[in-house]
Design a protein around this ligand. Structure first.
Ligand SMILES: [Zn+2]
Length: 183
């Protein structure tokens, strides 16, 4: 999926361990109080964990560039706010870095036209690239989320990560959020 659908996780289907009632989503919100974790899987896309320690709410987001531009971050933040979140912080995990993320210039033009800002750069091979971290940071900023992350490692050139771009692999990294209530 590369959408901006957000689902809220409340319980496991006790018949098994499925969460089929959620439908398809690229972001899942959860509560510290239900004791369950949420996970998304990526290889090059941008994994983001959002949390509000006061409201005891969290979310995990799987964001490709289309999901970012479709405002999956804003949608997820709104879903958290509807559940009671007020002060949200974010951690952005490793994804395709600007050093390696080759990107079509016509898509770059669409992003610039819709956001009025240029997120382009060049790879270490001097090819056009998209700065996904800057793009994600932009959406976190306009959603009033505190971004706790420095630029994370690049999944394409750092071979300790799985990369679809580099290897065409089906393997994925997991970003897991599991928070326990202190109340
Ligand atoms: Zn790289």
């Amino acid at each position: 999926m590369h959408s901006s659908n957000v689902a809220h996780f409340t319980h496991f289907d006790l018949e098994g361990t499925s969460y089929k009632n959620l439908g398809f989503a690229d972001a899942i919100t959860g509560s510290y109080q239900n004791g369950y974790g949420c996970v998304i899987r990526t290889a090059d896309c941008v994994p983001i964990a959002l949390f509000d320690d006061e409201a005891e709410l969290f979310a995990v987001v799987h964001a490709g560039w289309r999901g970012l531009v479709d405002n999956i971050i804003g949608e997820t933040v709104n879903a958290m706010k509807n559940l009671g979140a007020t002060k949200i912080e974010a951690v952005v995990a490793p994804h395709a870095g600007v050093c390696c993320y080759e990107f079509a210039t016509q898509d770059m033009g669409k992003i610039e036209a819709s956001l009025g800002r240029d997120f382009s750069s060049v790879t270490t091979q001097n090819l056009p690239s998209l700065n996904l971290f800057e793009l994600a940071s932009h959406y976190l900023e306009i959603a009033n989320v505190v971004n706790m992350s420095q630029r994370p490692p690049c999944t394409i050139c750092d071979t300790s990560y799985f990369s679809y771009r580099r290897d065409g692999t089906k393997a994925r990294m997991a970003l897991i959020a599991l928070c326990t209530s202190r109340k």
